[in-house]
Design a protein around this ligand. Structure first.
Ligand code: PLP
Length: 403
């Protein structure tokens, strides 16, 4: 968008946000107006390399022509009719999601947190079916599952905010990767173990195979469901369509959102055969969810991402990115899988300052904790983009000393 087509300037937009938006976000001082592939432009015409993709949403890059074409065509035919009727893109997307993962059935939502609400309902009803009066859901400390009350109650760092209480009853946590504590926490009352296979928001921490195997075994013994929140890890981010494919376990339910719509809001709860028929008419619903435009966008995204060549590229480029990062002074470690990478900085380096400096230099990253950068670039970047990003991080690090 050129300045000529803008009705207000950056300062005015800032003033309006300050006056009219609830103060829930601390925004970076950039006003993006255009995106193409891995690039963004701000209102002043400055170009940025986007290694955040709207928090793992624009995985096929900004304004991908295939997604735009699908959205354009669908939005000129039919935008919304509700879930009281059949629409083709929704039916085709449900088939594609189920057949590419657990089989079973899909419930669509408009966001990640709502996909988890569906999974929580399934888990509780499934447990009631075994005669459990007060079902419990077990998660790892520092898991992030969303901000509606069910998902929030399974997100310990946010659920600790007493001003928002009371949380829903029946949620408990164990330390990340503590297989023994997990086994001890899962019992007769457990409805589900709900975990992220790689924790994203808390700083990119993969869950160990040992902990995943313990979760699977404990759920099997208790008759509980193993639910993977793949909202950040799914849709190719880790180099397989779903992150669980690269682990030794198969969950009973997975939730998806973020990259699924390529920028259009959509979430999905996919329940395998053992949990697919738990919800019945009246148990759940949504006016907007599974609408023709969002589902057409998601079908287009999956046509791009569900491709063995692209997924291999994600694994290879992720390894290349981590190798280059680990060679930089100031980088203590990297964590993650595929193109979901946490960069652990040496002690004393202020990640927030580094992130702000990188934004000035034209690289968009995220800072999930005081010692970590999180990189979630588009899956369609190439090694030149990686070289450019790592070059910028290396230059920026020169101005930040470790203790
Ligand atoms: N689960 C995970 C793993 C996430 O990373 C997020 C968002 O960051 C959510 C759930 C919530 O998704 P949404 O913000 O679309 O509600």
């Amino acid at each position: 968008m050129s300045e000529a087509t803008r009705e207000i300037g950056f300062e005015q937009a800032q003033a309006l946000e300050e006056r009219y938006l609830m103060r829930t976000y601390k925004r970076a001082p950039v006003d993006f107006v255009r995106g193409e592939g891995p690039l963004l432009w701000d209102a002043a015409g400055k170009r940025y390399l986007d290694f955040l993709t709207g928090i793992s949403v624009c995985s096929v890059g900004h304004c991908h022509p295939h997604v735009l074409k699908a959205v354009h065509e669908q939005s000129h035919r039919l935008v919304h009719v509700s879930n009281l009727f059949y629409t083709e893109p929704m039916a085709r997307l449900a088939e594609r999601l189920a057949e590419s993962s657990l089989g079973g059935r899909v419930f669509f939502s408009n966001s990640g947190t709502e996909a988890n609400e569906c999974a929580i309902k399934i888990a509780r009803k499934h447990a009631h079916g075994r005669g459990v009066a007060a079902p419990e859901i077990v998660s790892f400390e520092s898991d992030f599952h969303g901000r509606t009350y069910g998902a929030l109650s399974a997100t310990p760092a946010l659920a600790a905010n007493e001003a928002l209480g009371p949380m829903l009853p029946g949620f408990r946590t164990v330390p990340r990767n503590d297989a023994e504590a997990l086994r001890a926490a899962v019992g007769e009352k457990t409805a589900a173990v709900l975990i992220e296979p790689i924790q994203g928001e808390s700083g990119v921490f993969p869950i160990t195979d040992e902990a995943l195997l313990a979760a699977r075994a404990a759920c099997d013994e208790a008759g509980a469901l193993l639910i993977f929140d793949e909202i950040q890890t799914g849709v190719g981010r880790t180099g397989s369509l779903w992150a669980y494919e690269q682990t030794p376990v198969r969950p009973d339910v997975i939730t998806s959102a973020k990259a699924l719509g390529g920028g259009f809001p959509i979430g999905a709860c996919i329940a395998g055969p053992g949990a697919a028929d738990v919800l019945e008419p009246g148990d759940h619903g949504s006016t907007f969810a599974g609408g023709p435009v969002a589902t057409a966008a998601a079908l287009a995204v999956l046509e791009i991402v569900d491709d063995p060549v692209l997924l291999r590229h994600v694994r290879e480029l992720g390894a290349y990115l981590r190798e280059k990062l680990e060679a930089l002074d100031g980088v203590a470690e990297t964590r993650g899988r595929g193109l979901m990478v946490g960069v652990g900085l040496e002690e004393g380096i202020d990640a927030a300052g580094l992130g702000a400096d990188l934004l000035e230099r034209g690289l968009v990253v995220n800072v999930p904790r005081p010692d970590t950068l999180r990189l979630l670039p588009p899956l369609v970047i190439d090694s030149d983009h990686v070289d450019l990003a790592v070059g910028l991080i290396g230059e920026a690090l020169l101005g930040f000393s470790a203790v």
